[in-house]
Design a protein around this ligand. Structure first.
Ligand code: PLP
Length: 417
């Protein structure tokens, strides 16, 4: 009998095999047919320390014995309170408020709604109204209607284009052409509510990287015109770029910060949108018509919060930074060894993330992508090229020998193209 499951970002018509995963441990997935697969993309960028980290698994088990779920409107629970305090202690002081949701997309939707709420309150108080959102080209912020609107348009959202709202786009800051980005941003910011951006690395847009100084300059431009700066650290957060937050490397503090993916170490779906006090205050009133109108049924699910609280404890108590540094160093060596190879272009790295292009520049729908995918699958390595961009983003526990296996598989695949 064929499976009734409809998979995400999967063309079922191609009838590619869909492996059944039974178990995950560290950097490995184990399939029902007995294969050991290296998870070289951290299961779509969520698994930070490794699969089934014992402390996170134990925290989940412990929490299931106490409280499974409770309404979060007007109620609270210990895992959410502990997590919120822990987050406040880890990020810059001015990010005082923690709003929970369930995914990266919703954390960005929440950020956009907070920004608009902030500007509505200012308009009601006699200030200028603002509602325009500024974004960077090649960005990805999620797959809901709102986050598709602020993301790159293309084959992925062609069918939904009529429903997407209008935004102002600034060019990606290509090396040597940063001024064009600054000029466009300064012009757009004059009457924009918010600028939403992925700091240092544009993930789904092709692992496009730009330096911290550019991030700092863009932040300053927004500040000069009062445009709220929303950092979408859904992918870059939790150490991926070498620091807990990518913004740290630029000395940047956003007005609104979106976190998800690695928030629970990759074990449970959860997200937070952290906001500065003026944004919270804009919604603070004795008037119920001014509260922040957003919720989902599972807001701040206690089991997910317990997993995230355990993740924070791991960050505080285990040598996570040292593991990240070690992985970054291994990636540098592996990339250097590969970079000389025929057919590789634009080898680059940001912290634990390594990326490069192969072939002649066909883009996301490049024919080589499915061929690479099949070769990696046959080699028992989970890599999922973004078109002609191959990237390696493993969990921080991966060891040298295992990473070598990943790069060996890449080398063989490229040679066979
Ligand atoms: C993955 C991602 C999202 C969306 O997160 P989901 O949990 O898949 O909804 C948003 N922003 C960035 C930068 C991402 O990488």
């Amino acid at each position: 009998m064929t499976s009734p499951v409809w998979h995400p970002f999967t063309q079922h018509g191609l009838q590619e095999p869909i492996p059944l995963v039974e178990r995950g441990e560290g950097a490995f997935l184990h399939t029902a047919d007995g294969r050991r697969v290296i998870d070289a993309i951290s299961s779509w960028w969520v698994t930070t320390h490794g699969h089934a980290h014992p402390r996170i698994m134990q925290a989940i088990r412990d929490q299931t014995g106490r409280l499974d779920q409770v309404i979060f409107a007007g109620w609270t629970h210990e895992p959410a309170e502990t997590l919120a305090q822990g987050l406040r202690a880890m990020v810059p002081d001015t990010l005082t408020r923690v709003f929970f949701s369930d995914s990266g997309s919703t954390s960005v939707e929440v950020a956009l709604k907070m920004a608009l709420g902030y500007w509505l309150a200012r308009a009601d108080a006699g200030g200028e109204p603002r509602h325009r959102i500024v974004v960077m080209e090649h960005s990805y912020h999620g797959d809901t209607i709102g986050t598709m609107s602020v993301g790159e348009r293309g084959v992925f959202n062609r069918a939904y284009e009529p429903l997407l709202f209008d935004v102002t786009r600034v060019p990606f800051p290509e090396q040597g052409q940063e001024q064009a980005t600054y000029d466009a941003l300064a012009a757009a910011c004059r009457d924009a509510a918010a600028f939403v951006v992925e700091p240092l690395v544009l993930g789904a847009g092709g692992m496009k990287m730009y330096p911290p100084a550019v991030l700092a300059e863009m932040r300053a431009i927004c500040a000069a015109s009062g445009t709220l700066f929303i950092a979408d650290e859904v992918m870059t957060g939790w150490g991926r770029t070498g620091t807990l937050l990518a913004c740290e490397q630029a000395g940047v503090v956003p007005d609104i910060l979106c976190l998800s993916k690695g928030l629970t170490g990759g074990a449970m779906p959860l997200a937070v949108t952290m906001a500065s006090e003026p944004i919270f205050e804009a919604h603070w009133s004795t008037d119920r018509a001014r509260m922040f109108f957003h919720s989902s049924s599972y807001t701040a699910n206690p089991i997910a919060c317990a997993a995230a609280a355990a993740n924070l404890a791991i960050w505080r108590e285990e040598p996570v930074a040292a593991r990240i540094d070690a992985l970054a160093a291994m990636q540098r060596e592996s990339l250097a060894a590969l970079a000389g190879a025929h057919r590789i272009r634009n080898a680059r790295q940001c912290g634990t993330i390594a990326a490069f292009e192969v072939g002649e520049g066909e883009g996301y729908m490049a024919d080589i992508a499915p061929r690479l995918l099949a070769m990696f699958r046959d080699a028992n390595v989970l890599l999922r090229p973004l078109g002609d961009t191959i990237y390696v983003m493993p969990p921080y526990c991966i060891d040298r020998a295992t990473l070598d296996e990943v790069y060996a598989a890449i080398g063989v695949a490229i040679a066979r193209l």
